[in-house]
Design a protein around this ligand. Sequence first.
Ligand code: G3H
Ligand code: ZN
Length: 289
Amino acid sequence: KLVNAKAMIQEAYKNKYAIGHFNINNLEWTKSILEAAQASKTPVILGTSEGAIKYMGGVKVVVGMVNGLLDSLNITVPVALHLDHGQSVEVAKECILAGYSSIMFDGSHLPYEENLAKTKEVVAFAAQHEVSVEAEIGSVGGEEDGVVGAGELGDPKEAAEFADLGIDMLAAGIGNIHGKYPEWWKSLSFETLEVLQNAAKMPMVLHGGSGIPKEQVMKAISLGISKINVNTELQLAFRDATRAYVEAKKDLDDVKKGFDPRKLLAPGTQALKDTFLELTSWFGCQGKA
Ligand code: G3H
Ligand code: ZN
């Protein structure tokens, strides 16, 4: 059964590790992450952007697939199903009613007061359904699934106001970027993270978790990051393993039926698991379930 992210995030915050949020796109992604999480006793958050929900056929498909796998694979580690970067109150409510256990309302593109008011509305609705809520101040740079951010740093006064709304986790612009980090990028702004953490005094979320050097990830966790969102890193791992398979012309092997999607997608699927295990070992969340 799905759980909200409150308890796992609070535990992580108290004990200075981070829960991994991994974006899912399809059955292979979901199954790999759940199997790797179960094998390593790792609590996990499965994230779906609005684009990924559309791609999979809608919220009912996503909720049905995830619940079906939890059941059939006998998953006993805590798993939250989370709306990633929800752009409207309507989509947040739709996901909650469909069975999501956690929601991000991302009003970072809105004027501040509107972001605040709409986050408040989502918090009130989520509370009735025991669903956890993530909100965002400032913005994450780059682009993810059509969500484009300017990369503005979060403001401590806003962080304190958002903390008072009763949200469970706070995402903020701290020099982080969605997608591959560009050549010129050097570091997260730890100064900003520290100031925001002192103001909010609550679990914070690091978006754009792909491609940040390990030392910086560890430092971010020590400064109050309790959830790390990863999407691109798994996509690249899947791409590389699939490319190697195709370049070795294994998909052209008619005798072994290398074109069977179950074979064609197997190396990529294994790469998803390996990447999950590597990253969660940095985050410190393995064995916490
Ligand atoms: O919300 C999802 C994440 O922030 C993923 O970012 O694709 O850079 O890992 P990423
Ligand atoms: Zn993100």
